[in-house]
Design a protein around this ligand. Sequence first.
Ligand code: SF4
Length: 283
Amino acid sequence: MISTIPLLTISNHDRDLAGLTYVYPVLSRRAGGVSVGINLNPNNACNWHCAYCQVPGLVRGKAPVIDLAVLEAELSGFLSALVRGDWLAVNAPEGMRQIRDIAFSGNGEPTSAEAFTAAIDVVVRLRAAFGLDDVPLRLITNGSLMAQARVQAGLDRLAAAGGEVWFKVDAGEAAAIERINGVSLDPQALSRHLSICAAHCPTWVQTCMFRWDGEVPSAAFIDAYLEVLLGAGPERLQGVLLYGIARPSMQVGASHLSPLSAVELEQIADRIKQKGLTVRVSP
Ligand code: SF4
């Protein structure tokens, strides 16, 4: 999953939701409610291979053909259970019985689905049908496909529905991007993709920082990271969501990673804030 927020997946406790292909519930204590996850990558395929990725059995590739009728039926059924049924009362502790968001956050890159835009349309339509227009809509993405017109069309739909993007940027040197995200990518292209994204839809940068072989990110590492954000135009960005690693990675290479302290993360946040960006830290 692209999100690095510490979450408690509860689908295995709910018989009605067991076996769904595209829809999954996640309880987040931090967010204080349930997030409705939309997974367009049930094949666990991503074009990146991040060292901290929490997808078990992650493979290289793209999303499969999406059966929109199944997506619609699953989401309709779950929203019905949430809004009209007793799902929240049965499954969510008191104080967490609310829908916090609907998030495209899959076991791979959501925008690699050819039906990405059509899937947004399904979600927007059902959100309205269940009277949930106030529930935020989010896309969690590695941003790698932002140059494609069909993805930009999806971003426009998301923006029109009041949605937002969480766009992954973890590093700003090509070697570091390759090491952390498992992809060969020119940092300038990363800036360009971020800039395109922000031009189409309100965009937060989502960043995961950690120790690698015990070493904290160096000053040069942070400088290069900031260059990517500055290259995209910081005034176009909503801000930065800065995460530590909260859950174990499922990937080979996870042994390189260990968490930064809360103080170390705050020091990095201060560097980012000095560039005029809003930063929210989640150790
Ligand atoms: S972008 Fe990275 S963290 Fe997200 S699914 Fe792909 S490999 Fe995993």
